[in-house]
Design a protein around this ligand. Structure first.
Ligand SMILES: [Zn+2]
Ligand SMILES: [Zn+2]
Length: 342
């Protein structure tokens, strides 16, 4: 099968590889669409490393079951593939915190991912996908939408009337804005450094926007706009400054959510303020069983909008993704469509 292979370094190659034999408990899936996530680009720019090379990257996968011995997954079934596959046996899995599995296998990091015509994956990674939903939208939403849902609804416990700040309006942040709106959050304040991103946030339901380049302190600006701060401030950037801004946007008793991935140590307010305000800082990672199904239902019903998508064929994907990792990607989310005309 043809696959985009990563051998390390800043580039990718289109190769013909032998398909991995399907083991018991696995299914073979024809990939219809596979998104290009920000975390994939971090492999190419050297800030992250897959567990082995060569490997096929890509963890935002929509496809059709091709070969299956599993009773639950007949050939022809429309599916998305989970980005993380939990073991269902370890202590965290037994607590129901599957996203914190001690033996989690990450799609496109620990085993070959979806920038390929066909892949072999564990059957328990499969989630049904609605028939009337664009597979490219389903692929992207399965990862970013469910991750945003975990951050906002589960970790943030956002409810009707919760004031919410969303820092970083990329793929995750635009889903987070919409999910906060669906849950009845108000007001919703969107923060970014890019005016186009802020226009998008307004279109998706943000009540207020802040251009972080135009203010001295994001936190002070949020407090001015929200009568003293928000109940939940979620950051999707992964930088020390944005986590700090989230903390400084909170009202007393508020919760900051750190959902972005980054390496900088945090520096923020002094312990006295933490104690006296009973602030919380919570991490958020991945999602739980059921979250992806819910997000796909919302998407199929038109309650959630996918980000702008840019579709690329497999034979042009290596160059397009390499350019995106070098900063020449544009705003639209790249989606590889391997079944496109070769
Ligand atoms: Zn991702
Ligand atoms: Zn586990």
């Amino acid at each position: 099968v043809r696959a985009i292979r990563y051998h390390g370094g800043p580039t990718l190659r289109l190769e013909d590889i032998d398909p991995r034999p399907q083991a018991p408990g696995e299914v073979t899936v024809n990939v219809v669409a596979c998104g290009v996530c920000g975390s994939d680009l971090h492999f190419l720019d050297g800030t992250a490393h897959p567990s082995r090379t060569p490997i096929t990257l890509g963890h935002e996968i929509a496809g059709v079951v091709a070969v299956s011995d599993e009773a639950t997954w007949a050939p022809g079934a429309l599916v998305v593939v989970a980005a993380g596959v939990s073991c269902e046996q370890c202590r965290r899995c037994r607590e129901g915190r599957f996203n914190l599995c001690e033996h989690v296998q990450m799609t496109g990091i620990d085993f070959d991912g979806g920038w390929a015509e066909q892949i072999v994956v564990p059957a328990r990674a499969l989630i049904p996908r609605p028939v009337d939903l664009d597979p490219a939208a389903a692929a992207v939403a399965a990862d970013a939408g469910a991750t945003a849902f975990n951050a906002i609804a589960r970790r943030g416990e956002v409810k009707a009337g919760t004031g919410v700040a969303i820092i970083g309006i990329g793929g995750l942040g635009s889903f987070a804005t919409q999910i906060a709106k669906l849950l009845g959050a108000a007001p919703i304040v969107a923060i970014d450094v890019d005016t186009e991103a802020l226009e998008l946030a307004t279109a998706l339901g943000a009540d207020e926007v802040i251009d972080a380049t135009a203010v001295e302190s994001v936190g002070r600006e949020v407090k001015l706009l929200t009568e003293g701060g928000v109940g939940v401030a979620a950051e999707f950037v992964g930088a020390a400054a944005t986590v700090d801004a989230a903390v400084k946007s909170l009202r007393r008793g508020g919760i900051a959510i750190a959902a972005g991935i980054g390496n900088q140590p945090l520096v923020t307010i002094p312990p006295t303020l933490w104690a006296m305000s009973e602030y919380e800082l919570r991490g958020s990672f991945g999602s739980l069983p059921g979250d992806t199904e819910l997000v796909l239902e919302w998407l199929a019903a038109g309650d959630l909008q996918p980000p702008p998508l840019r579709r690329v064929r497999l034979d042009e994907a290596a160059d397009t993704i390499t350019a995106a990792a070098a900063g020449n990607g544009g705003r639209a989310r790249l989606v590889v469509e391997p079944q496109g005309v070769p």
